[in-house]
Design a protein around this ligand. Structure first.
Ligand SMILES: Nc1ncnc2c1ncn2[C@@H]1O[C@H](COP(=O)(O)OP(=O)(O)O)[C@@H](O)[C@H]1O
Ligand SMILES: [Mg+2]
Length: 361
């Protein structure tokens, strides 16, 4: 299926292995380092895919400590799962997608954790009409990501695992420790044994019900890596600029906000995130949120005015992101705009200050 030969709209966000198919093919072709059994790339090539290498035409996709990527890949080549923990919006999901694409060539074996996640959605379920007509046969079995990943030797992603009920989380115990999953209903071959290449990358937000509640037995079967927010201002600004330009190009907007406007946006996010002036907002002022506000700012300027974004556009685009449904956060944002913005110099801060009345309420 090609995205260009049909008149259908483009996919909004194809999986990493399709977005970066050319890079993956190039890395595989040039890869002469040893690969762990069942892996599509060597550890070096997988790391290069994630952190990039300009000289080889591989883009940087994750900004952060390359040694984190090394440790993550080493873990995946062992018999332990990988648990990425951190604040929301620190690119845990992105990282797990990129790593799965590099290691298995497929990032789509994904379980989305939530309060109502069931074992059916994790391991397997049944095609009911076949179940009724022929009983619990292989044909009637409908594999979910875990079973499929084990049978095919691929990385399975488990998003937001700590949002699942504990007993559902614990269904990962024997796949992780014994590398086997029982399908007791099947006659004969009721055990599915994992092939080389299978492992699990789970993600967990520190703001959700904690990883502390996860059973000790399951915790032991994962290596934990913390993903931190981007520490350096310029690095974060570069990322927001780059991601916003990409997102806007996909949305048909030819003029992204200028770097000066984005610098104000990133500064506001960082000030609110650190909370040293106004108290920390409940909303997470993450880099991911900054990117989406930058996207909205560009859309607003182009589609509502046909022009370029101004710092003032940040204000109303931010209300929904920074305040969500918290009146307290909105008040905090208002105080910030009233007290902090006028202290800063330059036309963009002035424009931000001018726009403070656009805040709802
Ligand atoms: N360190 C980072 N490297 C690359 N992108 C980042 C980084 N931190 C935040 N982002 C931005 O955040 C988005 C991903 O957020 P996401 O993976 O959903 O975060 P999480 O799963 O931690 O909540 C990325 O698409 C990117 O725009
Ligand atoms: Mg996530």
């Amino acid at each position: 299926m090609s995205d260009t030969t049909t008149a259908e709209p483009r996919l909004q966000r194809p999986p990493a292995e399709r977005r970066y198919a050319d890079e993956l093919a190039k890395l595989a072709a040039e890869d002469d380092a040893p690969r762990p059994p069942g892996w599509a790339l060597s550890l070096q090539a997988a790391r290069t895919f994630v952190v990039g290498d300009e000289s080889r035409g591989i883009t940087r996709k994750f900004v952060g400590d390359p040694s984190l990527i090394d440790r993550a890949l080493v873990t995946l080549a062992t018999n332990r799962g990988l648990m990425l923990v951190g604040e929301p919006g620190t690119a845990k999901s992105l990282l797990s997608e990129l790593i799965a694409a590099a290691v298995s060539g497929d990032s789509t074996l994904t379980i989305q954790g939530g309060a109502s996640t069931t074992e059916d959605q994790i391991a397997y379920s049944w095609n009911y009409s076949l179940l009724v007509s022929e009983g619990p046969t292989q044909r009637a079995l409908v594999p979910a990501p875990l079973l499929q990943g084990m049978a095919e030797g691929r990385v399975v992603r488990f998003e937001e695992i700590t949002r699942c009920p504990l007993e559902v989380q614990d269904s990962l115990l024997s796949p992780l420790s014994d590398r086997v999953l029982a399908v007791p209903e099947l006659e004969g071959d009721s055990m599915v044994f994992a092939r080389e290449g299978f492992n699990i990358i789970a993600t967990a937000n520190t703001r959700d019900r904690g990883v502390n509640e996860m059973s000790a037995a399951l915790k032991r079967r994962f290596n934990f890596e913390t993903v931190f927010p981007i520490a350096d201002f310029d690095t974060e600004l570069d990322l927001v600029e780059h991601e916003a330009a990409n997102a806007l190009a996909r949305s048909g907007v030819p003029v992204p906000p200028s770097r000066d406007v984005l610098a104000v946006l990133v500064k506001v996010f960082r000030d609110l995130r650190s909370g040293d002036t106004q108290g920390r907002p409940q909303a997470v002022m993450s880099t991911a949120e900054a990117v989406s506000v930058a996207h909205a700012v560009g859309i607003k300027a182009w589609y509502l005015r046909g022009g370029e974004a101004e710092a003032g556009d940040i204000v109303d685009c931010m209300a929904g992101a920074a305040a969500k449904d918290s009146a307290e956060d909105l008040a905090r944002l208002r105080r910030y705009l009233e007290q902090k913005a006028p202290q800063r110099k330059g036309p963009h801060w002035a424009s931000l200050y001018q726009a403070r009345n656009l805040l709802p309420g």
